[in-house]
Design a protein around this ligand. Structure first.
Ligand SMILES: [Fe+2]
Ligand SMILES: [Fe+2]
Length: 277
């Protein structure tokens, strides 16, 4: 199969974020802004290796090379899909074909919604719902829904042995520098970026919910003993930034709907990117 990349992607090599735990990176340029957005996925090299989400089609060749530089396809035992968006399922077909011994951790809603474009191998599927766990040999991973999400299929993934939480689309932020860490960001920029992405690009429904109920919901994940947040769309969040990220999310219900780029912005982008005739 040949594949033509849809969007330019910047190369960032996989990084080790905890014992046995690696992030696979893709970095995409933001539309019309001098900003960058990560599209990450994760690999856990335990007794039964786990691939957590499968990247995007735009980065297919590099994504497959990066993942299989860490684990041999025959050794992969689990493929965990957080939800049915293309930046999380983009190489699912390829990785299922490459890893014949892997079970696919998904759920009913994911199969129901995604069967219009994907032929699920049901005998290889394991349905793990929000709040349920599954044993991967040397650890038991907890599937737990993150504070912001854009599909009812969504579950994050908590590894109690490394205290890493895969937060899926939560805590997403654009970056002024593709290699910036959270500590490098201006604190006000980060606060506004967290809100912009959470309310504007992932979970506009948060502006509709009861503040206290949402706070209790956020506590489900914050009360886990987390030392590293790995988000699909952020550098890792560690140390004092974990508390800051959760605190910012607790404010989201009171921030209301945000003004988002409209047709006038699209017109400006087209003008900026048009080559002179
Ligand atoms: Fe998503
Ligand atoms: Fe995403």
């Amino acid at each position: 199969m040949t594949f033509t990349p849809l969007l330019p992607t910047l190369r960032v090599a996989p990084t080790k974020i905890a014992r046995d735990t690696y992030l696979i990176h893709q970095v995409q340029e933001a539309l019309g802004q001098p900003l960058f957005v990560y599209i990450n996925s994760m690999v856990i090299l335990g007794a039964e290796p786990v691939i957590v989400d499968t990247g995007s089609p735009a980065n297919r060749r590099q994504w497959l090379e990066d993942v299989f530089s860490l684990v041999a396809p025959d050794d992969v035992r689990w493929i965990f899909i957080s939800h049915d968006d293309v930046d999380h399922t983009g190489n699912l077909d390829e990785v299922l074909s490459a890893c014949p011994h892997a079970q696919l951790v998904c759920n009913w809603a994911l199969v129901e919604r995604y069967s219009n474009c994907f032929d699920f191998p049901l005998r290889r599927c394991r349905w793990v719902m929000d709040g349920e766990s599954f044993d991967v040999g040397d650890r038991t991973l907890l599937a737990i829904r993150p504070p912001a999400y854009d599909s009812p299929t969504t579950r994050g993934l908590y590894d109690p042995t490394t205290k890493v939480y895969w937060a899926v689309d939560s805590f997403a932020t654009p970056l002024p520098d593709a290699h910036a860490a959270v500590a490098d960001l201006d604190p006000q920029f980060w606060r506004e970026a967290l809100a912009m992405f959470a309310l504007g690009a992932v979970s506009p429904w948060i502006s509709l919910v009861d503040h206290d109920k949402y706070g209790a919901y956020v506590s489900r994940t914050q009360d886990l003993d987390i030392t590293t947040i790995a988000s699909c769309h952020s550098p890792v969040i560690e140390g004092p930034f974990i508390e800051q990220a959760f605190s910012r999310f607790r404010e989201l219900p009171s921030l209301g709907p945000l003004a988002l780029p409209d047709q006038s912005v699209l017109d400006q982008i087209i003008e900026m990117t048009s080559s002179p005739s």
